[in-house]
Design a protein around this ligand. Structure first.
Ligand SMILES: [Zn+2]
Length: 406
């Protein structure tokens, strides 16, 4: 019988369990004094929602800016985090409270240790970071592990081309002392790029190309890639071909150097970001571990089909709980039932600042506790079995696949 009692008790238990957060974007300012209340909103997903005016650093403006976005899970999760972290009991914020909150945030960020303390309060012990805006190592923090964003490499058909983050691999290569004039130089540089970061401790290669191109990858012959390299072609089909070649190469490099290949699927360029478009890449690189992001939301059922039979696929619910807590609860339940292998499901925040991650972690634990408690009360699991599954999602799967010890 479903009483809700099990939820309360399990939810409490989850606060005692450590988390390995598989995906964040903390940049240089993440723990610095330039982070204020307005930056926390501006650099959050709330920015992506409807707003009737531009956000200015002023309490009344923030409230008006939030109004059309108030029911969205991004907003609910972030506002809840701020309320908890900064001790605000009143549910509806007014101007005076926002002013007070802005002061509290400013005071908190005077202490460099504040941001990391927020992660620890959320139970997060380790984080895999794809720092924005510049790929590569940025933070000294020992509990941060690098995901190496490698989009720029797909644009080697034109030495002036940039990825959607504005990066150019020929310029990056020069920084590392690599002069690229031939296709072989380029291949050698790709190898260096991956090996160098692996040696510095990277745990993953990352692709968020779903924001700039079709995520589909097809087989491309070496000689075709060589022909297109540095040709300056403007033909989108040729450009894609070169990118396909590089993505397949990166998948092979990931296997060679023992890195996980993290790939964004789901919400992005929606006509070309369906997770099934990755089938060729996955099936032709059986030795590469692919971490499929965002559970492919909104195509979560289709991801379940993929996860039901693929030994080289792990699934990441990073971002999912704050996109849709309802979808996340269902996904945590259904995944357990049909995944090919236990301990292949992960979670990450996918945020720019610690407060947003804190909210995402609370929402994640709510969803996971709801999913598990319903299955315990329904008789599918004992409480002990359900907790074991929850621990798998919170840290054990990430620890195993990324080689991170808690
Ligand atoms: Zn991300």
């Amino acid at each position: 019988m479903f009483t809700g009692q099990e939820f309360l008790s399990l939810r409490k238990a989850l606060d005692e369990i450590p988390i390995i957060d598989t995906h964040e974007h903390y940049g240089e300012a993440w723990d610095g004094p330039e982070t204020d209340l307005y930056a926390l909103f501006r650099d959050s997903y709330v920015t992506w929602l409807a707003h009737d005016e531009e956000l200015k650093d002023e309490p009344g403006c923030l409230l008006r800016w939030l109004a059309p976005a108030r029911d969205n899970a991004y907003t609910v999760s972030l506002v809840r985090a701020l309320r908890e972290l900064y001790g605000i009991e009143q549910r509806e914020l007014d101007q005076q409270m926002v002013g007070g909150l802005a002061e509290k945030v400013r005071a908190a960020y005077k202490d460099k240790a504040w941001a990391i303390s927020v992660l620890r309060r959320a139970g997060i012990q380790h984080s895999i970071i794809d720092p924005l805006p510049v790929p590569g190592y940025l933070h000294e923090e020992a509990s941060f592990h690098l995901a190496l964003r490698s989009h720029m490499l797909v644009h080697g058909y034109d030495r002036a081309a940039r990825d959607h983050g504005g990066d150019n691999s020929f310029q990056f290569a020069a920084r590392f002392g690599h002069e690229i004039s031939s296709f072989d130089d380029y291949l050698a540089y790709v190898d260096f790029w991956v090996r160098h970061h692996k040696e510095k401790g990277a745990v993953a290669i990352k692709s968020a190309l779903a924001y700039e191109r079709d995520i589909d990858v097809k087989s491309v012959a070496d000689r075709d890639a060589e022909r297109i390299f540095d040709s300056g072609t403007k033909d989108p089909a040729e450009q894609k071909k070169f990118g396909d070649f590089v993505l397949d190469l990166l998948a092979k490099k990931a296997a060679e150097y023992g890195l996980v290949f993290q790939i964004h699927t789901g919400l992005a360029l929606q006509a070309t970001s369906h997770p099934w478009r990755l089938m060729w890449l996955l099936d032709n690189n059986p030795d590469t571990v692919f971490d499929l992001f965002h559970a492919g939301y909104p195509w979560t059922q289709d991801v379940l089909a993929m996860a039901s039979e693929r030994p080289n696929l792990i699934v990441d619910t990073c971002w999912l709980p704050i996109i849709s807590p309802t979808a996340a609860v269902r996904f945590y339940q259904e995944y357990a039932e049909m995944a090919f292998r236990a301990d292949t499901l992960l979670w990450g925040g996918d945020n720019w600042h610690a407060e947003e991650t804190y909210g995402a972690a609370l929402t994640f634990k709510d969803c996971l506790a709801k999913a598990v408690s319903e299955k315990v009360e329904g008789g599918y699991w004992t409480r002990r079995e359900g907790l074991r599954y929850a621990e798998g999602v919170m840290w054990r799967a990430a620890g195993r696949w990324f080689g991170i010890e808690t």
